[in-house]
Design a protein around this ligand. Structure first.
Ligand code: LR7
Ligand code: MN
Length: 540
């Protein structure tokens, strides 16, 4: 069977098995590995030398919900590529669009785009990979310009060598900030220089996939108050490998941190290429009509460096008459780094500063909002994010507290949680009753009650009937800990997939044994892959 065929029929294979795994055996289907991408700047199409590399993404089935299995099933019956998708397969970038996307057609008169990329001390190769991918995979007519905003970087590479590159590309412009502004004011500076119809913001370490722009522009052109995000595929910070993301949508927690949520079935519809309404956006990658961006008040210029602007803009869009969508057929890869490679001047926590500004303006009545005739935050919660509304407004389940009035979720499976890479079992490092305690891998002992986990219908992993396995949504590189069960999903929601990976819905990563496996048996969260270090078996 060819690689391509295996990829097409993946959903069909999956549909014959149940989603939640109870087995430890390795999947019968071995996915082909994705073609490695070099970190050198490249010009897409000629790479790969005509090689057909329709590689399945590494974490493809780690996080399939029943709805997604259905989506892929649907895809299987339509075994075709369009020309551009075929080009993707030939160019070495993994084909991550669902096949239903091949049937989309676009108006010949789409608006033009100004792509704005702000950067601070970005690796030149990553920045050029972003720019080249846009130049290579965007139709000439639709690309008005690329505006690079250098936020007062210090790296030498970003001086002469970058200028040389820019001078050879007609459509690429470079704006340099005289002082460090942060990404929020940086984007506003970029927008001020832009003259295309639609602003498209990208982070400086992305790779756009084929046909990435048309679905975004098409939705914006149908309604200028629609703001559209692509699906953000994963580029590994360690290997630079590009792999598909599951289709999830944006939410937030009560600490005002962005998180990924599963898409409610009502939003999916029968055709998986349909745009998905998203309460919030991750922030870096989106398309917005330029005049609407100005009309809506751009960004809050009082926000510094990094953080908070994504939720602020999302609330403003929804509350002031617009809508925020994710176009499942537009795919852009983004390097997810474990740590940001920069601080903020003076070492202030700009995320907290920015979030406070956001809360003051949007989370209760405030005069600034009257000008735009915006709705209330209560309206937003009830209509756009009802999942959160129930945790805030009912007072039965206030944020951060276990809801005692609701029945306990049904346990789906119980047993020891054995890691295939080490053969050891996941246990509390100290007492299993200790809140905030770490979890580690130790020898499995069937007699030991303290090794018993329960996976319930809400995706909670409960140790010894007491505490839940929880990840930090603030510091996503921290290892998971045992916390009081809060019953509102997110940081405590896990999917045990067919291929035995434990996918954490909120941070979009998988639970992994830390390598090399030391005597302490540490575990950590990592980008999902096929390794045994990430395979877990819940065995009774
Ligand atoms: O002072 C700065 N000046 C800058 O120009 C700090 C950053 N930047 C640039 C930086 O070089 C990069 O191109 O701004 C861009 C975003 O910074 P990142 O890549 O450090 O941010 P991130 O990817 O960690 O964080 C996400 O949340 C941010 C909140 O402020 C921004 O909205 C980012 O754009 C956003 N990234 C994405 O949405 C990509 C998907 C990640 C997820 C989830
Ligand atoms: Mn980024």
């Amino acid at each position: 069977m060819s690689l391509t065929l295996r990829y097409f029929c993946y959903g069909c294979l999956l549909s014959s098995v149940t989603w939640s795994s109870s087995c430890c055996s390795t999947s019968t289907w071995a996915p082909p590995t994705a073609a490695p991408l070099s970190n050198q700047p490249h010009r897409g199409p000629e790479r790969g030398g005509g090689r057909r590399a329709a590689a399945a993404p590494a974490n493809q089935d780690a996080e399939l919900s029943p709805e997604m299995v259905f989506q892929r099933d649907f895809v299987c019956s339509q075994d075709i590529f369009n020309e551009q998708d075929q080009q993707a397969a030939d160019s070495g970038i993994p084909q991550t669009r669902l096949l239903t996307c091949s049937f989309q057609s676009f108006s010949p008169s789409l608006p033009s785009a100004s792509v704005i990329i702000c950067f601070f001390n970005e690796a030149l190769s990553a920045l050029l990979r972003t720019v080249h991918s846009v130049l290579d995979r965007t139709p000439e007519l639709l690309l008005h310009e690329i505006i690079l905003v250098d936020d007062h970087s210090e790296l030498d590479d970003l001086k002469g060598a970058l200028e040389q590159f820019v001078s050879s590309e007609l459509k690429v412009k470079l704006v340099r900030n005289d002082k460090r502004e942060g990404l929020i004011r940086g984007r506003m500076i970029g927008a001020k220089h832009a003259t295309g119809d639609v602003l498209v913001f990208l982070d400086s370490h992305c790779e756009v996939n084929v046909l990435w722009l048309q679905p975004l522009l098409s939705l914006v052109s149908q309604d200028r108050r629609t703001v559209v995000c692509p699906v953000i595929d994963i580029i590994s910070a360690d290997t630079l490998k590009y792999s598909a993301s599951p289709i999830v949508r944006g939410g937030f927690n009560w600490g005002l941190h962005f998180r990924w949520d599963p898409v409610p079935p009502s939003e999916l519809g029968p055709d998986s290429s349909k745009p998905i309404r998203s309460p919030t956006m991750a922030g870096g990658l989106f398309a917005m009509d330029r005049s609407y961006f100005n009309e809506l008040g751009q960004y809050d210029p009082g926000m510094d460096i990094w953080g908070g602007e994504n939720l602020e803009l999302s609330f403003r869009i929804w509350m002031c008459g617009g809508q925020l969508l994710i176009a499942p057929c537009s795919r852009v890869g983004h390097i997810f780094r474990k740590r940001r490679p920069y601080g903020s001047p003076g070492g202030t926590d700009t995320m907290a500063h920015n979030s406070l500004r956001l809360a003051h303006v949007w989370m209760d009545e405030y005069k600034l909002r009257r000008k735009l005739q915006c709705r209330s935050f209560k309206w937003f919660l009830q209509n756009i994010y009802p999942e959160m509304s129930s945790t805030a407004l009912n007072h039965k389940n206030p944020p951060g507290l276990m809801n005692r009035n609701v029945r306990r979720p049904t346990v789906l499976q119980r047993g020891r949680l054995r890691n295939l890479g080490s053969g050891r079992c996941l246990v509390a490092q100290g007492r299993p009753t200790q809140k905030g305690g770490a979890v580690v891998l130790r020898s499995c002992d069937p007699q030991d009650q303290e090794q018993e986990w329960a996976l319930d219908e809400e995706g909670q992993l409960v140790l010894s009937g007491l505490l839940c396995l929880d990840v930090s949504e603030v510091r996503t590189s921290d290892p998971p800990r045992l916390m009081k069960c809060h019953g509102s999903g997110g940081s405590q929601q896990w999917n045990l997939s067919k291929s035995s990976r434990l996918y954490q819905v909120s941070v979009g990563q998988c639970l992994s044994m830390s390598e090399p496996m030391g005597p302490k048996g540490y575990v950590s969260m990592a980008i999902c892959d096929q390794s045994e270090a990430q395979q877990w078996c819940l065995e009774s």
